[in-house]
Design a binder for this molecule. Sequence first.
Ligand code: HAM
Length: 429
Amino acid sequence: MAKKPKFQSPTGMRDILPEDQRYFQRIYDAVSNIADFYGFGKIDTPILEETELFSKGIGLATDIVKKQMYSLKTKGGTFLSLRPEWTAPIVRAYIENGMQNWSQPVKLWYFGSCYRYERQQAGRYRQFWQFGFEVLGEASPVIDAQIIQIFYNILKELKLKKLIVEVNSIGDSQCRPYYKKLLASYLKTRESSLCVDCRRRLRENVLRVLDCKEEKCQPIKTDAPQILDHLCEECHKHFKEVLEFLDEIGIPYNLNPYLVRGLDYYTKTVFEIFTETVKEEKKSQSALAGGGRYDKLVKLLGGRDVPACGAAAGIERIINLMKTQEIKFQKETEAQVFLAQLGNLAKRKSLRLLENFRKARIKAVESFGKDSLKAQLNRANRIGAEYTIILGQKEALEGSVIIKDMKTGKQETVKLDKAVEEMKKKLKK
Ligand code: HAM
């Protein structure tokens, strides 16, 4: 076995090599196009935030806050954490930057890394990338449906197959406390049959029992009271309308009464998107996207009582799926024109020619290092260049170039100082 290098990337964190950058770029393009279309503005927030923003926003009893944050104390004595997610930072930015006074709703999107000290598993990384969409300042259920639609459309646009949206409502401060009591008293009578984690959840965060994937807890879950039967009138109406909107726009969904999400800020609608092929026990590490409404978070973090809704998707998980589903996307042409040259004089002249192509915004690539014409033409083919410009010794002396159409193989000679013009014509620039 090869010896391990002395230095390796930290566990759960990876380099993103050029091959994967193509996937990232493809996803970024799809996300930013859709964001533009639906009128979302891009936001970036610092990678570090005050730890309390997350403990308050996401919830002290959540796995993220209890076990997964990368936290540090600065030299000045402030406690900061690497963002494990973007929603709390965006709400902080919304309040801090006076966005409450902008015309509402404020629609924001983001694309960047997150950090969670997770157990190493397929699909779970400690540094991972998310893109997300948040709508602040609008209570209408049409927004919930639109957020689901945006994520569904992006995943479709990326050609992912067999997508399935799971939705649920977890109520609000009117109805959820009563339901939690009901669930807890039901579970208490069966406590001895629950797994160790669920016994803890029963005391700390009872809704999370519904999310348990342990086999021994499944029959207990099946017979448990369901929140959808205990929603207050307002939550019931809201959820019904969300589902009607989804029907209207033709998004297929499953009602999943066990979907509760791992962050405490949600109210009413919650959803996750999977591919149909995921097995039940692998679900916690394979959701492609997840989110929902969080009507109380802005107020909780010190702002006005502003309703909000949003979601985020895991970029590595999407890329893994694109690879397993063997989704090919057209390789972006690395070059429209390839500059092949032979000999020193030609090399010097092609250097200037390359600059002129750059100024004319023609994507040109050279290979100054290689001397065999055959090797250079092979490379031109590999990167999908439409034309190759050949500057041999003879041409360099005469001040001309050969333009070779890589599709037809046809060649013509033109003057060196007309080469850029000629290419502009051919490429219709
Ligand atoms: P989340 O469900 O924790 O929600 O994460 C959203 C997505 O990020 C997941 O569905 C998954 O694809 C990806 N993800 C999460 N953890 C990991 C990990 N350790 N490794 C790889 N991918 C991961 C949130 O973060 C909420 N902020 C979403 C939201 C936005 N809710 C409202 N607005």
